[in-house]
Design a protein around this ligand. Structure first.
Ligand SMILES: [Zn+2]
Length: 453
């Protein structure tokens, strides 16, 4: 009688600390054996992973799948299928751009129901705006992963930017409960002024738009929010830091004892402002893509382990919102949920020598632990759920429009050649993606934060 449901043989297993030539025995969805040379076959399946690397399924702390209310932009099904095709296992959905945004328990309940149609497990960010500071504890107790605020205009009317007094108050309430507060850090005062100065004179080109969102706007805002987190003792997470200078500030705050984590996105690591001119709307995002020098500095921090995690910030919109003469009016958001892991393997490992365990930490382990997912998520070990991305590390391939599984096939990466390919994705031991095709459906589970030990 076979001991395991599934045996995976011959693969190279990427843990947060090492790459190990080990076989996996899986029973009931969980990894129960993790050892060299499991001789017997699985009851249901024996997978030969010779020549492949097994990464922990991607935990993406930042996507916008937009349900309910903006399903025409993206949806839980299409967004999560694209995610799974890139090795995805758990995504954290932002409180916008659904409508209504997730600002209270009723919307949490609604989103939770809708999220169960997804192909991957998920967590929900709650929103924090001037009007719902009184919901901080209620949303946390209901199970949000943290609360997200905008320090500048979000682009969505129902989700206003938070003012400093409200943010301080929310942070004071969040601190004793250890609730993470995530912020989009760009100075509203500065971006608004620079935008007005340009639009008053009819200046609306790509160059004008980039100039309206300079690095200083991001740095001022990061600095301010780091001060507030230090003052209140709140756990802070800074989303999509676009430049190395931003990480400099975060590092300095960490040294002062501020409890802060940060993410950057594949696009800040693989594209620069030159690409905004070349690609136009598909490469528009906020904060914008930066200069090569800022990007080099960001890479230094990533390679030195000073960036905690990579979020895709998958933020799609319908094609008609990604076109037009006035670059200010075009929707800002990059769709990249399908390519985080391959882009990191190509750019960080092959081109810059980052070791594979570091990539596993950046794309899975660190987000799971910072946001207190249950211990069975975010890594490959005994007792973990079998969420696995099977990667052919040296496969060279091209990102093609026809292979994008998100709702709208818009991506700044179309035509890009990448080395490192996801060939199979498994969640809770079920193969959901194999050789370019969705092959199964996982019953998506909402993941809540676990108590801090
Ligand atoms: Zn976002």
């Amino acid at each position: 009688m076979a001991q395991f449901d599934i045996v995976i043989r011959g693969g190279l297993v990427v843990t947060p600390r090492a790459v190990l030539r080990l076989d996996l025995g899986i029973t009931g969805g969980w990894i129960v054996a993790f050892q060299p040379d499991i001789a017997e076959s699985g009851r249901n399946e024996t997978i030969d992973a010779t020549g492949l690397h097994l990464f922990p399924g991607v935990v993406d702390p930042h996507v916008h799948f937009n349900e309910p209310g903006r399903e025409d932009w993206e949806g839980f099904v299409t967004g999560s299928q694209a995610f799974v095709a890139g090795g995805g296992a758990v995504f954290f959905d932002m409180p916008l751009n659904s409508t209504p945004p997730l600002l209270n328990v009723e919307t949490f309940n609604l989103k939770r129901k809708l999220g169960c149609s997804a192909h991957a497990d998920f967590a929900l960010w709650g929103g924090l705006t001037p009007g719902n500071v009184d919901q901080v504890e209620k949303l946390w107790n209901r199970g949000v992963i943290g609360l997200k605020a905008f320090l500048c205009d979000s682009g969505i009317e129902e989700f206003p930017a938070i003012d400093e007094a409200s943010l301080r108050l929310a942070m004071k309430r969040a601190a004793p409960l250890k609730i993470p507060i995530a912020v989009h850090a760009e100075s509203e005062a500065l971006t608004r002024q620079l935008t007005q100065e340009r639009l008053e004179h009819g200046l609306n080109t790509i160059r004008d738009w980039l100039d309206s969102r300079p690095i200083e706007a991001e740095l001022q805002s990061i600095q301010r929010v780091l001060q507030l987190a230090g003052e209140t003792g709140c756990r802070l997470h800074i989303v999509h830091v676009s430049c190395g200078e931003g990480i400099d500030l975060i590092e300095a705050a960490r040294e002062r004892g501020v409890d802060v984590s940060c993410e950057t996105c594949p696009h800040y690591l693989t594209l620069t402002e030159e690409d905004v001119f070349k690609l136009g709307a598909p490469a528009k995002c906020s904060p914008p893509l930066r200069s090569k020098a800022s990007q080099d500095r960001l890479w230094e921090h990533v390679l030195a382990g000073r960036v905690d995690m990579i979020g895709s910030d998958h933020s799609p919109a319908p094609p008609e919102m990604k076109t037009g003469e006035d670059f200010f009016k075009i929707w800002g958001g990059i769709s990249g949920v399908q390519h985080t892991l391959p882009l990191m393997i190509d750019e960080a490992h092959h081109k810059r020598g980052l070791d594979l365990p570091a990539i596993a930490r950046l794309t899975s382990h660190n987000a799971a632990s910072r946001f207190q997912l249950r211990a069975a998520k975010g890594g490959i070990k005994i007792g973990a759920e079998a969420d696995l991305a099977f990667v052919d590390l040296n496969a060279e391939w091209e990102i093609r429009r026809e292979d994008l599984l998100q709702r709208h096939p818009i991506s700044p990466y179309i035509g890009r050649k990448v080395r490192g390919k996801v060939v199979r994705t498994m969640i809770f031991s079920r193969t959901l993606f194999l050789d370019g095709k969705i092959t199964g459906k996982h019953i998506a589970q909402l993941l809540k934060h676990q108590p801090l030990i």
